[in-house]
Design a protein around this ligand. Structure first.
Ligand code: HEC
Length: 457
């Protein structure tokens, strides 16, 4: 049986010989930029959902927190809509730039990946239901209301988790053969640390956001949350952002050590260390705000937001650099494999045009002639198809058949005018020895080329 060699060594997918609609660099800039916008609202959505449940629970002890929870809850649905709309851009960029990797990861995470669609729908329904039943589900129904909120928060938290597992898997083609289905993709080292990092980032960013949101001039604090003062709310959310950032910085090293080392470069280290330095500055500024007097609090808000933005851009760039480095080798492999595939395709077409047929399986055991069908797509006796002729092979290997075997197992690159020859190691020594003898027999110059007649079926 002639199994095309392209099928013998997964999991390298073929490249697509299509042009990108934009040069790769612009696409990468777009990817990082759009992703940041998207993830900002994802963070606010997830952080908002978690904090709403948290304060609604606290509201069981003291009613003022229930008012606060309700106000936070109002932001979730808006942020969720923005997160989803802004998710389209990065998804398109990633499927253009990393087509083979992205779709391979999608396929491998299978049902888990597809589950995102119903989960998103459910999460939306729950979050709207939670928002619009707040005034109605009071008293004894309050418990149900909290459960509804918790369910929507859990759904909102699970969607990024699936995404993350998928995007993470994309970076490790060498582990694809171990993965089948969503749960097995979670074994790949750093899914959980990355997720924890994401969750704490969500809390930090939402804390910072709410600290500004509730302090805005046209927010009717006195009417909506009369038992709170503006500086008090501001301070509370600053503290939250502060401690969540501390958790992130503390957790950073764990994330780093669980990253497979393939993509770790000096550039990446530099980016991360700069990020840590920036985080330290941000922490100092936040702490200054937390400890400052009521009438002074809020002065550093915009500088903190600006520093945070720089930090996040830095981290996203680092992430991208890591991604590029970690798939670099594999990308080269895909390009080579595609070249080889195209060489065989071309040679086969040429053979068909020359009326030579494509070779069939033999019923009896292999003979030199039958094994040669694997080679005949490219090698002919006198003609140069996609490779040197057998005359030339003979002139090099006349007394050295085992040289042919070695070459066929691990072909080198000698002649720039041809695409590289694929390896035939899978045929095994025995068959390669047969074919080597055969090649020398028919390639010999003394008119012994009668063997080639057998081929012109
Ligand atoms: C897809 C096309 C293709 C197929 C199929 C193919 N070859 Fe080749 N072969 C090449 C090309 C191209 C070269 C020249 C490579 C170079 O010099 O860079 C080559 C060169 C060789 C050489 C010369 C090596 C040298 O030292 O110059 C030998 C021997 C050889 N092939 C054996 C085989 C055998 C045996 C088979 C079948 C088992 C086979 N080839 C199948 C494309 C092919």
């Amino acid at each position: 049986m002639n199994i095309p060699y392209i099928l013998l060594t997964p999991p390298v997918p073929r490249d697509l010989a299509l042009e990108l609609p934009l040069d790769p660099f612009s696409l990468e800039i777009l990817l990082v930029g759009l992703f940041l916008l998207h993830i900002l609202f994802v963070n606010l959505m997830v952080g908002g959902a978690i904090l709403t449940v948290f304060f609604e629970l606290l509201g069981r002890l003291s009613a003022r927190y229930d008012r606060l929870a309700r106000e936070i809850g109002k932001t979730i649905t808006v942020n969720k809509s923005l997160a989803v709309v802004l998710g389209v851009g990065p998804l398109l960029c990633i499927s253009l730039l990393y087509t083979a990797w992205f779709y391979a990861a999608n396929g491998l995470t299978g049902n888990g990946w597809i589950l995102i669609v119903p989960l998103v729908i459910l999460a939306f329904l729950f979050s709207y239901a939670h928002k619009y039943t707040w005034e109605r589900w009071t008293g004894r129904a309050k418990q149900h209301h909290i459960v509804l909120g918790a369910a929507s928060a859990i759904l909102f938290m699970s969607i990024p988790f699936i995404f993350l597992a998928n995007i993470n898997l994309m970076l490790f083609p060498d582990r694809w053969t171990e993965v089948s289905g969503f749960f097995s993709s979670l074994q790949i080292g750093n899914v959980f640390p990355r997720y924890f990092h994401f969750l704490t980032a969500s809390i930090a960013i939402t804390g910072l956001f709410l600290s500004g949101w509730f302090s805005r001039k046209n927010f009717p604090m006195e009417r909506v949350m009369p038992t709170f003062t503006r500086p008090e709310v501001r301070r509370m959310f600053y503290k939250l952002a502060f401690w969540a950032t501390v958790a992130q910085v503390a957790f950073g090293p764990l994330l780093f050590v669980t990253l497979p080392s393939v993509g770790i470069t000096f550039e990446l280290l530099a980016v991360i260390l700069t990020g840590v330095a920036l985080a330290a500055i941000i922490l100092a500024m936040m702490w200054k705000e937390v400890t400052s007097a009521d009438h002074r609090i809020g002065r550093l808000y915009w500088p903190i937001v600006a520093a945070f933005t720089v930090l996040v851009v830095f981290m996203a760039t680092g992430r991208h650099v890591y991604r590029e480095a970690s798939i670099d080798d594999h990308r080269q492999l895909v390009v080579d494999r595609t070249d080889k595939f195209q060489a065989v395709e071309l040679a086969t077409l040429m053979r068909i045009e020359a009326g030579l047929g494509v070779g069939q399986a033999t019923a009896t055991g292999p003979t030199g002639e039958s094994v040669f069908k694997n080679c005949a797509a490219c090698h002919a006796v006198d003609k140069v198809l996609a490779a040197p002729s057998l005359r030339e092979v003979y002139s090099i290997y006349a007394d050295n058949p085992s040289g042919i075997v070695d070459w066929a197992k691990d072909p080198g690159v000698k002649r720039p005018e041809f695409a590289p020859m694929p390896s035939f190691a899978h045929l095994g020594d025995e068959q390669l020895e047969l074919v080597a003898e055969y090649m020398l027999e028919v390639g010999a110059p003394e008119g012994q080329d009668s063997g080639s007649d057998g081929e012109s079926m």
